[in-house]
Write a protein that binds this ligand. Structure first.
Ligand SMILES: NC(=O)C1=CN([C@@H]2O[C@H](COP(=O)(O)OP(=O)(O)OC[C@H]3O[C@@H](n4cnc5c(N)ncnc54)[C@H](OP(=O)(O)O)[C@@H]3O)[C@@H](O)[C@H]2O)C=CC1
Ligand SMILES: CC1=C(/C=C/C(C)=C/C=C/C(C)=C/C=O)C(C)(C)CCC1
Length: 318
């Protein structure tokens, strides 16, 4: 137990893999044992990886509960099973991706993305926030994305779900401040997790019904190779994102927005530098369609643009 204070109860959604798993393990392994981690996942049959990574913290500073962010009953049952429903830090991490030409994606598949990424987070906050407000204490973390700030071609619906959550949180943060409840968004760029693999698997098996041949070609032959380049050149690890998240939790004055990848500082700045939106749209167009074959060089230029003078605007894992 941490000296001089109670352990903070941290509940995390989507801990079967990736970022959620790494945050759970990092906090459970805290040297000062400051956290009691409630790691949740929708399917407990997937617990082995987490249990193995948690090692001897499992059953001590880390416990495991079942929680599906898309189900009212599951969320209610899980929170009710926590002692006094007391959660100090809620980490909304569960999320799904969706990639491809909009014409070929069914409305049901689009709704599933919003059901998880947007309504799933809202459902969690609705369940946990009232107790935090009563106690005049608490910290809500939301795993957003750079795509919550800047749209990326062929990620239209995923981007929209993250924009939705950014808008929701931007509004909530003002009210919550009055109740001394903190709210922070984490905004990673590409991260090497199953998120990436799952999407590439989907892409490989999809036939894109309803999309014309040109669109399919731009998606498969232009976007996908560029995206792979970007993941290779700039992808962070889930450990990096876990360390950034721990920093935000432990900050005495946590920021509302926390970009984790310095590439995106100029990309986001571009958006605010030209309120007509033309600069962002045309820069992305040129990067993808005109300089696509020079993506490696483009990456070097972008890396140069994000030199240390801009890095202070992002949260670094170290
Ligand atoms: N990887 C990336 O490049 C980036 C990811 N993000 C965000 O980070 C978060 C974590 O993603 P990441 O770790 O990369 O991806 P993973 O696919 O590795 O992990 C996603 C997690 O969310 C869980 N999940 C999905 N649906 C539900 C649900 N209905 N209820 C509970 N859990 C659910 C998955 O569980 P299951 O195993 O059961 O499917 C899994 O544990 C997401 O919100 C994502 O949008 C943000 C920026 C970049
Ligand atoms: C920056 C950039 C591109 C791709 C960005 C990607 C692929 C970002 C992925 C972010 C993820 C996976 C976020 C998850 O939430 C393009 C379109 C190739 C064009 C050139 C500039």
């Amino acid at each position: 137990m941490a000296s001089g204070g109670e352990q903070k109860v941290v509940l995390i959604t989507g801990c079967s893999s990736g970022i959620g798993l790494r945050i759970a393990v990092l906090l459970a392994r805290d040297d000062l044992k400051r956290y009691h981690v409630i790691a949740t996942m929708r399917d407990l049959r997937k617990k082995d990886r987490l249990v193995e990574a948690a090692g001897d913290t499992y059953g001590k500073t880390l416990t495991l509960l079942s929680l599906d962010v898309c189900s009212d009953d599951s969320v209610r049952q899980c929170i009710d099973s926590v002692k006094d429903r007391h959660i100090d830090i809620l980490i909304n991490n569960a999320g799904v991706g969706l990639l491809g030409p909009v014409e070929s994606i069914s409305m049901d598949d689009m709704k599933k993305v919003f059901e998880t990424n947007f309504f799933g987070t809202v459902r969690m906050i609705k369940e946990v926030m009232p107790d935090m407000k009563k106690r005049r204490a608490g910290h809500i973390i939301v795993m957003s994305s750079v795509m919550g700030l800047q749209g990326v071609v062929f990620n239209d619906v995923y981007t929209a779900s993250k924009f939705a959550i950014e808008g929701f949180c931007e509004s909530m943060a003002v009210q919550l401040l009055k109740f001394n409840v903190k709210l922070s968004l984490i905004e990673p760029g590409p991260v090497h997790t199953e998120f990436e693999t799952k999407m590439m698997e989907e892409v490989a098996k999809m036939e894109y019904p309803g999309a014309d041949a040109d669109t399919v070609r731009y998606f498969k032959d232009v976007y996908i190779p560029s995206s792979i380049d970007i993941f290779e050149a700039l992808g962070q690890t889930p450990e990096d994102i876990a360390k950034c998240t721990k920093k935000v939790i432990e900050s005495s004055r946590p920021r509302f927005r926390n970009l984790t990848n310095s590439l995106y500082t100029p990309i986001v700045a571009m958006k605010y530098a030209d309120e007509t939106g033309g600069l962002s749209v045309h820069t992305f167009y040129n990067l993808l369609f005109n300089f696509g074959s020079l993506m490696h060089i483009t990456m070097s230029i972008l890396k140069c643009l994000t030199c240390s003078c801009l890095r202070r605007r992002t949260i670094s894992p170290d």
